[in-house]
Design a protein around this ligand. Sequence first.
Ligand SMILES: Cc1ncc(COP(=O)(O)O)c(C=O)c1O
Length: 411
Amino acid sequence: MVVIVVACGAVDKAESLPYTVPMQATREDEWAQALAERSEAGLLRQTEVLQAEPGLRPLYRDASGNLLLSFASNDYLGLARHPALRRAAQDSFAAPELGAGAAPLLGGERPQHAELAAALAAWLGVEAVLLFGSGYLANLGVLGALVAAQDQIFLDRLAHASLIDGARLSGARLQRFRHNDLAHLENLLRRPRSGRAWIVTEGVFSMDGDLAPLPDLLELAQRYDAGLLLDEAHAFGVLGEEGRGSCEHWQCAANGLTLRIGTLGKAFGTYGAFVAGSTTLICYLQQAARSYLFHTALPAALAAATLAALPLLRRGKDRRQHLQLLVQRLQAGLAGRSYLPSSTPIQGLLLGSNEAALAAAASLRRAGIYCPAVRPPTVPKGQARLRISLSAAHSAEDIDRLVHALERPCA
Ligand SMILES: Cc1ncc(COP(=O)(O)O)c(C=O)c1O
């Protein structure tokens, strides 16, 4: 008889109840066993209910009433709490319906969606934009629609799970190249292949915070006649004078082969996603991207709030400058520690083992700071870390407090 200790929803095994798996294991038993194994390996993840505190700073209260300063949010510019967004959403909430109630092509499109898509396209200087329910859906839909089974996808080793899943969905041959290693990528591109080549990567990498070398990627894509799909989830709003992301940062124009995907749940402070490109591409995606065709349109109030966020993001130079100062302050404070090189608000403090990352997060937590441990499969095995996410809503004192808490672990 196998005895398995299940710690569901709590990593602390002392609180868990012993659970016995009968000879004929049911599916429930198998799931319980899988949970126990994850817990044992320090890989169990938990939902934590946090109540947002009033005000502009990223402050939350946990279920026990403890006040927490968060370094976990992707709200890089602090727009999620901006009153203009709330006002815009409230005005839209006054409309007769809350949910759009239908897919965009079956009556779910509202004036707010059309206005937002036009404003995003004008901001990026592209012909058209297509809104999606989320970045995850956008990546699934775009890769599934554009990449044929006989094509080949070259994906950066550190690319986001949604890009991996989209690549798998396409049925194309998938090859991973070493992170930002363009010599390796070129080696792969050189090999004979049937079908088209697609390079898939991120403008700013979600876990390491470093940048893809866009000018070199564009040059490679051009030379090998490859499509380039750039996920700008963490780049839009963060990079560039007007927050236009990697192209603006590197001062290079996206050519006809380039496709950019942005999410709205990060620097925009709202929710949803979009794909930017030519009118033909967008019209084609409308017909062929299944996660677009078969999803309910975003609530119009969210589109209205995003429309209110766009000019703030675009004119957010002061916020971006403040963020840069915070990055420098944090890195000065972390000197001598093993942090990943990054000039963006995503700062990774490498800790290696899952246990070390969990212990560091727990210690910060005792000091009133929320920064959960990031572990595999979100990051490679042996590279568990604290992913410190900075926001323009943080103050210099917030950074000092974090550094102080990291220096003096709380027992
Ligand atoms: C690089 C990247 N792409 C896509 C997504 C998915 O975006 P969403 O949260 O809007 O589904 C994320 C989410 O964290 C991401 O980091």
